[in-house]
Design a protein around this ligand. Structure first.
Ligand code: GLV
Ligand code: MN
Ligand code: MN
Length: 410
C-alpha cells in the first residue's frame, strides 16, 4: 500500500490545538466541556468537514465522523482519542490520537483507497477525569460500561451538571445514541504517546499495546479539629493533615511492598481552612491506584482501607469511591496487525503494557482493540514538558494508516 502522511499538516493540526487552553502556570488546561475543550473540538470538526466526512455527535458529547465502506452496514473500524487534558498537562496526550486519525484517514483518501468496512474517527469526551468525578466517560458510554443517565447526572466540584455543561459544545440536531450495539465494532485502534520511557530506552519507534493497567480512585476526607497553632498544646490537637500524611506515606510503602506492576499516588490534597497559624481541621485527598492485574489492584485497595481504619485517635475518616476500571488485555489480532503495519513501513515495534489508562480499555469490552504508542521524550507526560520527536509522530500516524487500511479491508 502506498500511503504517505502529510507531516506538515500533522504538525499544523497539533499546533492549532495547542492554541486552546494554554495555562498561565504552564502547559495546557483543557478540562472536559470547558470553552477551551469546545474550541479544540470545533477545530477538529472543521477539519473533518474539509475531509468531506459526515459529522455526528452522540448523547454524551462524543464527536464521530464516518468514511463509508463498500459494504453498507459492515462493522466499523474506529480510531480516535480525546482532547481534554489534566491541569497544566501536555499538548500530545489525546490530541495525537485525534490528529493522527485525521491525517491517517486523509492519507487513505489521498491514495484513493476504498475499504470494505467504514472507518470512523471518534473524539471521546472527558477522558482525563479532571473535572467530573470520573474519567474515560465517552468511551465508557460507547462500550455500555456506564449508563448515559449516570453520566448526565455527574456534577463537577462547582456543582455544574454534565448535561448542563454539554451546552458548551453547541451541538445541534438529534444526537446519536452513545452506546454502540454489540457486533457493530470490527476494531478499535488508538494512537497515543507512550507517556513512559520504554520505547526511547529501547530505541524503537512503535509500541504495540498488549494490555492496559486498571485503576481505582477514591476521594478520602480526614476530619479533625481546626484550632489555634500557638495556643493548642501538642497533646490536645486533632490535626487532619498529620493523619493524612501518615496515611499517604503508608500507602507509598504498601505500593513498594506489593511490588512491580502496582503504583499508588495521592496527587490532590486540599487542606482546610489553610491558614499558616491554624491547625488543619480537614483534608480532602484523592488517591489513584493502578495495577496491571486485578489481584494487585485489590491488594492496593485493601491497603488504602486498612490504613484508614487505623488512623490516629480523634480523626474521623470518610472514603467515597470515584471509579474502578479493571485492567484488560488488548486483542492479539489487532496487536499483530499493528506489528505487521510497522513491518510494512520498515519500522521496528515492541510489545508493551500501558500503565496509563485509555479509552481503548473500554472499547476492548465492545470489540477487538489495541493501541499504537510512540516514544515520549524523557518519558515525561501529564506535565508541560511532554514531547515527542516529530519523526516519531509521523511514523506512528503512518503505522495507524496502514493498520486502518488493513483492518478495514482496503
Ligand atoms: C489518563 O491519562 C490516566 O491514565 O490517568
Ligand atoms: Mn492523560
Ligand atoms: Mn490520553
Amino acid at each position: 500500500m502506498d500511503l504517505h502522511i502529510d507531516g506538515e499538516q500533522l504538525q499544523r493540526d497539533l499546533e492549532a490545538l495547542a492554541q486552546f487552553g494554554r495555562s498561565p502556570s504552564g502547559g495546557w488546561t483543557r478540562t472536559a466541556l470547558s470553552v477551551a475543550d469546545a474550541d479544540a473540538r470545533g477545530y477538529v470538526a472543521h477539519r473533518l468537514r474539509t475531509l468531506g466526512l459526515d459529522i455526528r455527535h452522540d448523547e454524551v458529547g462524543n464527536l464521530r465522523a464516518r468514511r463509508p465502506g463498500r459494504t453498507p452496514d459492515a462493522p466499523v473500524v474506529m480510531t480516535g482519542s480525546h482532547l481534554d487534558t489534566v491541569p497544566s498537562g501536555g499538548y500530545l496526550d489525546g490530541p495525537l490520537g485525534v490528529v493522527g486519525a485525521l491525517c491517517a484517514v486523509e492519507a487513505i483518501a489521498r491514495a484513493k483507497l476504498t475499504t470494505q468496512r467504514p472507518i470512523e474517527i471518534v473524539v471521546f469526551v472527558g477522558e482525563e477525569g479532571s473535572r467530573f468525578p470520573r474519567g474515560t466517560i465517552g468511551s465508557a458510554a460507547v462500550a455500555g460500561d456506564l449508563p448515559v443517565d449516570e453520566i448526565l447526572a455527574l456534577r463537577d466540584a462547582d456543582g455544574i451538571g454534565f448535561s448542563e455543561a454539554l451546552a458548551t459544545y453547541r451541538d445541534t440536531g438529534p444526537p446519536l445514541p452513545a452506546r454502540m450495539a454489540p457486533g457493530t465494532l470490527h476494531a478499535f485502534i488508538e494512537l497515543h504517546i507512550e507517556q513512559g520511557g520504554v520505547l526511547e530506552a529501547a530505541g524503537v519507534p512503535i509500541g504495540a499495546v498488549t494490555a492496559i493497567a486498571g485503576l481505582v480512585q477514591h476521594a478520602v476526607s480526614f476530619l479533625g479539629d481546626a484550632n489555634h497553632a500557638g495556643a493548642t498544646p501538642m497533646a490536645l490537637r486533632r490535626d487532619a493533615l498529620c493523619a493524612a500524611a501518615e496515611w499517604l506515606l503508608g500507602l507509598e510503602r504498601a505500593a513498594h511492598e506489593i511490588g512491580p506492576g502496582a503504583v499508588a499516588t495521592v496527587g490532590k490534597l486540599v487542606v482546610s481552612p489553610g491558614g499558616k497559624n491554624i491547625i488543619p481541621g480537614r483534608v480532602d485527598a484523592i488517591c489513584d491506584l493502578r495495577a496491571s492485574d486485578g489481584a494487585l489492584l485489590d491488594a492496593l485497595d485493601a491497603q488504602v482501607r486498612a490504613l484508614l481504619s487505623s488512623t490516629r485517635p480523634g480523626i474521623q475518616v470518610e472514603l467515597r469511591p470515584l471509579q474502578r476500571v479493571e485492567p484488560g488485555p488488548m486483542d492479539e489480532r489487532i496487536v499483530a496487525a499493528i506489528e505487521h503495519a510497522a513491518e510494512q513501513t520498515g519500522r521496528r515495534s515492541h510489545r508493551m503494557v500501558s500503565g496509563a489508562i485509555h479509552d481503548a480499555l473500554h472499547m476492548a469490552h465492545l470489540g477487538p482493540s489495541s493501541m499504537i504508542f510512540v516514544p515520549s521524550l524523557a518519558g515525561k507526560s501529564h506535565c508541560p514538558e511532554e514531547a515527542s520527536r516529530s519523526d516519531d509522530l509521523i511514523t506512528g500516524t503512518l503505522v495507524l494508516a496502514h493498520t486502518l487500511a488493513d483492518l478495514a479491508g482496503a
